[in-house]
Design a protein around this ligand. Structure first.
Ligand code: ATP
Ligand code: F6P
Ligand code: MG
Length: 341
């Protein structure tokens, strides 16, 4: 019997390092065999597998994306369901699953675990929005990419004396905005947790302008003004029926320009934040998660995900890992806000 690995939800730098860590420890220490399911839960429902022997994972921890592919497929929709998953696993000789994904992937994993399927979870998300782990891999890389981009925006903004608006990812939480904004010396950081008025945003921008500096405004895609009920969305729905976010930077830029008289440009970083080489921090965390997930399989810790607590790897039940987001606290926001304007 082998262990099946899948990556599901948005991709993120470090997924390949998890796969490598799991396969290396599993083959070397436990003499286990592995297969990969292609395209997240879709591969599990369709029985679409690829080999994951030691030679298949050589050198992949520095590669971005996921060699398995990913999707936002719901394993309970269409032809799916727990019975279908169970049948496919039995037919393919797969005894248990390592599901690598965010809160949605783990919610699906919990439903399958409740139906008796043996699953352990590995948390991933660039947004760092899972509360049951101190950090998810992918976040550090995304922050570094965003910080580099902002450093570049600042030199062109300074040269032209313009206000630059940088939009970063962060559907429900503002961690990428907070960390990259602090690192790049942003003058305004706008996050989903803190509704803010246009008057306040323009007052910060104006004060930077009055000091003769070129303002940098960082906005998370999930931010909404105090006058908006929901985050800005104009890009339809994702595969799970949720609004695709993005575009709030382009909305804010002309308003800031009109109100402050300062020429303003917006840049949306988008999926650049999720692409390319993982940072060394993310590779190490992801590798440790992969190895710990195999330990969990060997100890039959079904329905639990590996998690980082301080510098130690621990285990959290799916039900405790879901339902509560890791939001930016008021104190972390207040600390950053001292630097605004
Ligand atoms: N409660 C649920 N029951 C069954 N399937 C679910 C549930 N929640 C989410 N899913 C499925 O799992 C997929 C993956 O979830 P989602 O798209 O939220 O990505 P994720 O794993 O949370 O990663 P990301 O950080 O990119 O959001 C969803 O697209 C959906 O098809
Ligand atoms: O890649 P997609 O499906 O457009 O998803 C984008 C979403 O995924 C994330 O990158 C991670 O959840 C969010 O920040 C963003 O809203
Ligand atoms: Mg999600």
């Amino acid at each position: 019997m082998s262990i099946g690995i899948l990556t599901s939800g948005g991709d993120c730098p470090g997924l390949n390092a998890v796969i490598r860590g799991a396969v290396l420890k599993g083959t070397q220490i436990y003499n286990q065999e592995f297969v990969g399911f292609r395209g997240g839960w879709r591969g599990v429902v369709d029985g679409d597998i690829m080999p994951l022997a030691r030679k298949d994972i050589q050198g992949i921890s520095k590669q971005g994306g996921t060699i398995l592919g990913t999707s936002r497929t719901n394993p309970f929709e269409g032809d799916g369901g727990a019975d279908r998953v169970r049948e496919n696993m039995a037919r393919l000789g797969v005894d248990s699953l390592i599901a690598i994904g965010g809160e949605g992937t783990l919610a699906a994993a919990k439903r399958l675990t409740d139906a008796g399927i043996k699953i352990v979870g590995v948390p991933k998300t660039v947004d760092n929005d899972l509360s049951a782990t101190d950090y998810t891999f992918g976040f550090d890389t995304a922050v570094q990419i965003a910080t580099d981009a902002m450093d570049r925006l600042r030199t062109t903004g300074d040269s032209h004396g313009r206000c630059m608006v940088a939009e970063v990812m962060g559907r429900h939480v503002g961690w990428i905005a907070l960390h990259s904004g602090m690192a790049a010396g942003a003058h305004v950081i706008l996050i989903p947790e803190q509704k803010t008025s246009l008057d306040q945003i323009c007052a910060w921008v104006q004060s930077v302008k009055d000091r003769g500096r070129a303002p940098l405004v960082v906005v998370a895609e999930g931010f909404h003004l105090d006058s908006m009920d929901d985050p800005h969305s104009e890009r339809g729905l994702d595969a799970f029926g949720r609004p695709r976010l993005g575009g709030i930077g382009e909305i804010l830029a002309p308003i800031i320009e009109e109100r402050t008289g300062l020429e303003t440009r917006a840049t949306t970083l988008g999926h650049i934040q999720r692409g390319g080489t993982p940072s060394s921090y993310d590779r190490v965390l992801a590798t440790r998660y992969g190895m710990a997930a195999v330990d969990s399989v060997m100890h039959q810790r079904w329905g639990r995900m590996v998690s980082l607590s301080g510098t130690s790897i621990t285990h959290v039940a799916f039900e405790d890992a879901l339902g509560k987001l890791n939001t930016v606290s008021q104190s972390r926001y207040d600390e950053a806000a001292i630097l605004f304007g």
